[in-house]
Ligand binder design. Structure first.
Ligand code: SAH
Ligand code: SF4
Ligand code: F3S
Length: 438
């Protein structure tokens, strides 16, 4: 039996898809990337903006002919839209067999079995301790890096964001369990872990024995076999000096930080309820760059938040110029139900949002290519992750700063290895390197 899963969201969402796949493997399913071949199709959804939410409905619509052709096909919807919309999905899509919320991933096996017996099911209830938080998928052969969830949910109330509503309150996973998982991953050949949480900087606050995130990093540094540690996402307001020091001192913790700024205008930041000012953000960036030389920063940006003026937006552009991020994810503001900004008038016209987005992206593209060009001539250590999409006889990996590097080589020999390269050329969003003899 074949299983097709599509992820629509963030890294947490992708990791959940891996968990779903591993649960259904135990039920006898094997992954396929061809929906036509599948006996079970699962859409793991995202509701952070309206666009990914709408994509789910159109994807569901496209599955209708498949189901008509093959009535035994099972279709399920999980993730944040499932959590948000719940029962309405089952009502509106009669060809849908089951719906499970973000806290009910562990139920997917049971739901598939019920569906095979002709029973439709739904569970979007929320619980205090999410069972799937404690579960992790076995890495595939040849897999080099893995995600590790260290916390669930979010206790912040950024005024635009639906995540706290669909993911529930923040809960940290006990450090012993995280350590054990990372050790097992190392034994299975994993070289790099990315620790996941909506706001990893506040890790450990609500544990019976509180532990800070930097202290967790210190413990993970000791795990033999793991060569690189990354984490995401960091909230600027909770980025502590202690974490900056840990990043500077711990050898395995990579010199890259994703630090979503959202806006460069204090007025907008306040309306977003982000809990920091532009000045505080810039101060933290400066301190981080002192403590972690060469650190690469990436960010998220929202344009067209209610009330954002041209002047506010120019402050954002100015911040991009000042910080010089390596990369940026940028989005047009999208009003979401269950958020406080939903009550505000979405008063920036679509064309203005589109124009601001294009200007921010053009500026960032220029900065990104300048940064990549500056890498030429540098010697970097690359962890080779797999064959390069650029073609035969090439592999791809990343620098510690998370820049993608392609180089000549055979995947069979190099995947999972650290190699030294000299950067020869910059490409659009990546680099080309020549391997140095060791
Ligand atoms: N916990 C993370 C990720 C949140 S969602 C964090 O705090 O950064 C990922 C990104 O989606 C956010 O950083 C934000 O830039 C964007 N986003 C969230 N809600 C949005 C909305 N309503 N409209 C547009 N973009 C949004
Ligand atoms: Fe959303 Fe803010 Fe929580 Fe991130 S920190 S998930 S943006 S509420
Ligand atoms: Fe992630 Fe989207 Fe949910 S960003 S947490 S999948 S709403």
């Amino acid at each position: 039996m074949y299983l097709f899963i599509k992820s629509f969201g963030c890294q947490m969402n992708e990791h959940d898809s891996q968990k779903i796949a591993s649960i259904l493997e135990e039920e006898g399913y094997e992954l396929t990337d061809d929906p036509e071949k599948a006996d079970c199709i699962i859409l793991n959804t995202c509701s952070v903006r309206e666009k990914p939410e709408r994509k789910v409905y159109s994807a569901l619509g496209r599955l209708l002919p498949l189901k008509r052709k093959k009535p035994s096909l099972l279709i399920g919807v999980g993730g944040c839209v499932a959590q948000q919309v719940g029962e309405k999905l089952l009502k509106e899509a009669p060809h849908l067999d089951f719906v499970f919320g973000t806290h009910q991933i562990h139920k997917v096996g049971e739901m598939v079995r019920a569906a095979r017996a002709g029973i439709r099911s739904l569970d979007v209830s929320m619980v205090d301790d999410v069972p799937s938080l404690h579960r992790f998928p076995t890495p595939a052969p040849g897999q080099v890096k893995a995600y590790v969830t260290i916390m669930q949910g979010c206790d912040n109330r950024c005024s635009y964001c639906i995540v706290p509503h669909v993911r529930g309150p923040e809960r940290s996973r006990p450090p012993e369990e995280i350590l054990q998982e990372v050790r097992q991953l190392a034994q299975a050949g994993i070289k790099e872990v990315t620790l996941l949480g909506q706001n990893v900087n506040s890790y450990g606050r609500n544990l019976p024995k509180p532990l800070t995130f930097p202290r967790l990093l210190e413990q993970l540094e000791e795990v033999e076999g793991i060569e690189r540690i990354r984490f995401t996402t960091s909230h600027p307001k909770d980025l502590s000096v202690e974490l900056m020091e840990a990043m500077g001192e711990l050898k395995k913790v990579c010199e890259h930080l994703h630090l979503p700024v959202q806006s460069g205008s204090n007025r907008v930041l306040q309306a977003m309820n982000r809990g920091y000012t532009r000045e505080e953000y810039l101060e933290k960036v400066e301190a981080l760059r002192k403590m972690v030389p060469g650190v690469a920063l990436t960010t998220d940006l929202i344009v067209g938040f209610p009330g954002e003026t041209e002047e506010d937006f120019e402050l954002t552009l100015d911040l991009l110029r000042q910080v010089r991020f390596d990369g940026m994810y940028s989005f047009k503001y999208s009003p979401r139900p269950f958020t406080s900004a939903y009550e505000m008038r979405d008063d920036v016209p679509q064309e203005v949002k589109a124009e601001r987005l294009a200007r921010a992206q053009a500026l960032q593209d220029r900065i990104t290519s300048e940064i990549l060009e500056d890498c030429i001539g540098k010697v970097e250590e690359i962890l080779v992750e797999g064959p390069s999409p650029r073609g035969e006889g090439q592999v791809t990996g990343r620098t510690r700063t998370n820049r993608i590097v392609h180089l000549k080589g055979e995947a069979g020999q190099l995947v999972g290895r650290m190699v030294k390269v000299r950067i020869e050329k910059s490409l659009r969003h990546s680099l080309w390197g020549e391997r140095l003899e060791e």
